[in-house]
Design a protein around this ligand. Structure first.
Ligand code: R5P
Length: 268
């Protein structure tokens, strides 16, 4: 791997633990206004000290995030469909590599929709993006999208999607946690991070999810709603960090969460 590619990846996946806590705020690219992301800059600002990377679109990056921040950017560069449109999986590449370079990003991210009418198109998007990104030494994060079918996909499906992303040359892949998650890890030669999905019923549920994923081999999380839709997002991300980087079990993470809830500015 070229020096630039390695350097960018190591900004995201921290070399001291080999893990990462990415903060995902790209939801508006197909959902439009999303609860707690109405003003992304305000939501994100207090969370930045605890995020190893920030995943978002160029429009929100330029309009809502201070350019002085030191958190690495993972730029979402796929889109072109919406939650109310005919088919969520009909995505294209929405940002040029030159613009990604201008924005000084550490990686670019694109969704693939395996098993849909747009499988071929989105896999073509991924292969094309990897060729372009390779020119500049920029890692590509493949996102194994499940569209509206979240919860219905199992380890067989997600392992297939992750493996295909790796075969096409993605640097790392984002998927969902599921039963027999270890099967995804066993057959995927690149780092795997997990999305959090819709906000879970309890804080402990979110901590269990993160813990089980890293225990079974995930490199970390790329979590959104379970952090910033929490009433105490700073406390939440601190607890998730403790799980991912310090390997603390879920009950101890809950204690960290409860302790941090009491601190000033823990609410946004
Ligand atoms: C996925 O493609 C979305 O754009 C989000 O980045 C992803 O789902 C992670 O956020 P959450 O933890 O809210 O699911």
């Amino acid at each position: 791997m070229d020096w630039g590619m390695k350097n960018r990846l190591s900004q995201i996946i921290k070399p001291d633990t080999g893990r990462t806590v990415m903060l995902a705020v790209d939801h508006g690219y197909f959902l439009g206004p999303t609860h707690k992301l109405e003003h992304v800059g305000t939501t994100v600002e207090p969370l930045l000290p605890y995020a190893d990377a920030l995943m978002l679109t160029r429009g929100i990056l330029r309009s809502s995030i201070r350019p002085e921040i030191s958190v690495p950017i993972v730029l979402r560069v796929s889109g072109g469909s919406s939650i109310i449109g005919a088919d969520l999986s009909n995505e294209t590449i929405t940002t040029s590599m030159e613009d990604a370079v201008r924005l000084n990003v550490s990686a670019v991210a694109l969704s693939i929709f395996i098993g849909t009418d747009f499988e071929h198109q989105t896999l073509g998007n991924l292969a094309f993006l990897i060729d372009m990104a390779q020119e500049y030494g920029i890692p590509v994060l493949a996102v194994t999208a499940v569209g509206k079918e979240i919860g219905k996909k199992d380890s067989r499906f997600l392992a297939l999607a992750c493996r295909i992303a790796a075969e096409l040359g993605a640097s790392f892949v984002k998927t969902y946690y599921c039963d027999e998650f270890e099967k995804i890890i066993e057959s995927c030669p690149i780092p795997v991070v997990i999305a959090g999905g819709p906000k879970l019923d309890t804080d402990l549920d979110a901590f269990n999810l993160a813990y089980d994923a890293v225990q079974k081999g995930a490199t970390g999380v790329d979590m959104g709603r379970n952090i910033w839709q929490s009433e105490f997002p700073v406390a939440k991300i601190k607890a998730v960090r403790a799980i991912v980087h310090d390997k603390v079990p879920p009950k101890q993470a809950l204690e960290i969460f409860e302790e941090n809830k009491k601190k000033k500015h823990s609410k946004i």
